[in-house]
Design a protein around this ligand. Structure first.
Ligand code: NAP
Length: 247
């Protein structure tokens, strides 16, 4: 993809799943990847595997919901690599329960990581992109933000909020040459969806026009596209990567 070589790219939640595949894809495109995750061992393994292939990747422990930690992390990336070109705001969690059973703690925990963490990282990174008048921020939303989902009040609120923030930031940051987009993945084969009982998985897949789940690499390629010069006139978009579930 055009324009990704030598770009400095932060991917959050890169220890596994879609984040890991995204870190791999950017590194394969010639970018310098900083793979960040709560799970330090996981992200170290990701960076080590990429380095073993001669690709450029670094690992860092990061809690996106911790303002001070995030600020220090972003400052350290800029100090080490000179700039930040791309932020993939991928880290996200679930704590599902029906409206009747959802606790305040579950609600706040999911909003804190998925919504506030996305805000904190975008704010810290955008401040460093602005003076250079260039950058791309891509936020992980979800197909469920577009149609709701049983038992996911907190998760859907957070992912719908991510779409709203994406559109606000696209409007605010366009004049600074910063593009902001969101990806709405459908049903992707990762640890997150392995928690779902097989019977429910079967039912969900039956509703997908492509009749299968996505592979994490199929999300990674869209993140790479949105960050690349091939997407130079795309901002404020929400790209569904869901096998046709929402159309
Ligand atoms: P995953 O397999 O559960 O991986 C998420 C990663 O994020 C984990 O490594 C996790 O670390 C890390 N993480 C959690 N909280 C964090 C925090 N506060 N700071 C930094 N890292 C943190 O998830 P996934 O399935 O790849 O999903 C990635 C993103 O896509 C999420 O935002 C998710 O909501 C979204 N998405 C996924 C699907 C799907 O079908 N899989 C569908 C729609 C949207 P730990 O291992 O330490 O928890």
């Amino acid at each position: 993809m055009r324009g990704l070589k030598d770009k400095v790219v932060i991917v959050t939640g890169a220890g596994r799943g879609i984040g890991r595949a995204t870190a791999e894809r950017f590194a394969e495109e010639g970018a310098v990847v900083v793979a960040a995750d709560l799970d330090e061992a996981g992200v170290r393994e990701v960076a080590d595997a990429l380095q073993a292939r001669g690709l450029r990747a670094h690992a860092a422990r990061l809690d996106v919901a911790d303002r001070e930690g995030a600020r220090a992390f972003v400052a350290a990336v800029e100090a080490e690599h000179g700039r930040i070109d791309v932020l993939v705001n991928n880290a996200g969690i679930l704590a599902d329960a029906t409206l009747a059973k959802l606790t305040d703690e579950q609600f706040e925990r999911v909003l804190r990581v998925n919504l506030q963490g996305t805000f904190v990282m975008a704010q810290e990174v955008a401040a460093r992109m602005k003076p250079r008048k260039a950058g791309a921020i891509i936020n992980a939303s979800s197909v469920v933000a577009l149609y709701g989902n049983f038992g996911q009040t907190n998760y859907v609120a957070s992912k719908a909020g991510v779409i709203g923030m994406t559109r606000v930031w696209a409007r605010e940051l366009g004049k600074d040459g910063i593009r902001v987009n969101a990806v709405a993945p459908g049903f992707v084969e990762t640890d997150m969806t392995r928690q779902i009982p097989p019977k429910v998985t079967e039912m969900l897949v039956a509703k997908v026009p492509l009749q299968r789940m996505a592979q994490a690499s199929e999300l990674a390629s869209v993140y790479a596209f949105l960050a690349s010069d091939d997407a130079s006139y795309i901002t404020g978009a929400v790209i569904s990567v869901d096998g046709g579930v929402v159309m």
